[in-house]
Design a protein around this ligand. Sequence first.
Ligand code: G3P
Ligand code: MG
Length: 254
Amino acid sequence: MPSCPPSANTPSVYDHLPRFIAHRGASGHAPENTAAAIAKAHELGATWAEVDVTISADGEAVIFHDHKLERCSNGRGLIIQQPLADLKTLDAGSWFSPFYKEEKILTLSELLSLADDLNLSLNIEIKPTIGREWETVQAMQSAFRDTAFSQHILLSSFNERALCYAAELLPQFDRGLNVEAIPADWQKRLKQCLATGLHFQLDFFDGGVIRQLREQGVPLACFTVNNIVDAQRLWEAGVNAVFTDYIERLRITP
Ligand code: G3P
Ligand code: MG
């Protein structure tokens, strides 16, 4: 594991996190991680959106959840084996509905411009191919260097190596560690990748563990929460934010 710089950012971007974040954009209403999903999230009242970033064969940061193209486009095979020019020919919307047949895979730069125009802050989840973590974070660094963005950014990943590289190449942004269940050695894990927050999966909610983490001041986020009953339970337990595919279901509270 690469070594990390010595400190986290103060103040923390977690101080600005809203109670709900549009997961992959408004992915219940539009094809995930596309411009349409980002625009819909804004239209539904989201102030933050979460997206997934990986790289093309020629090292461009692109917004896509899976390593393979099949589920969310009409392409085939691994996204990392195809250059951006080829990825840009794909239809990234028809799998969701014919209405979205014009949607394209976005580059990170395009996403930043779009989100900035909408005053939308971003949680960018790094989804590197294993072994390509450095190239993925480097591609992100290039996109941030080339694109003006004035909203908040929070980086996150399940991949601790990617978080360490992010601490090195993009130290201006806070980092969250994504996990399914919160590990018993969470303190060590956060320290190793210099993440300040933990983002966990709803199925593994445990009120006792959440209480301990809150007492230690660890910011928490939970995915994916699509009903208000679960959201209320999490907020009352002290979870700062929940990721949702359906902003309108959770918007009923401030
Ligand atoms: O970042 C929160 C959540 O998006 C993590 O899981 O698979 O939806 O990217 P996934
Ligand atoms: Mg994600």
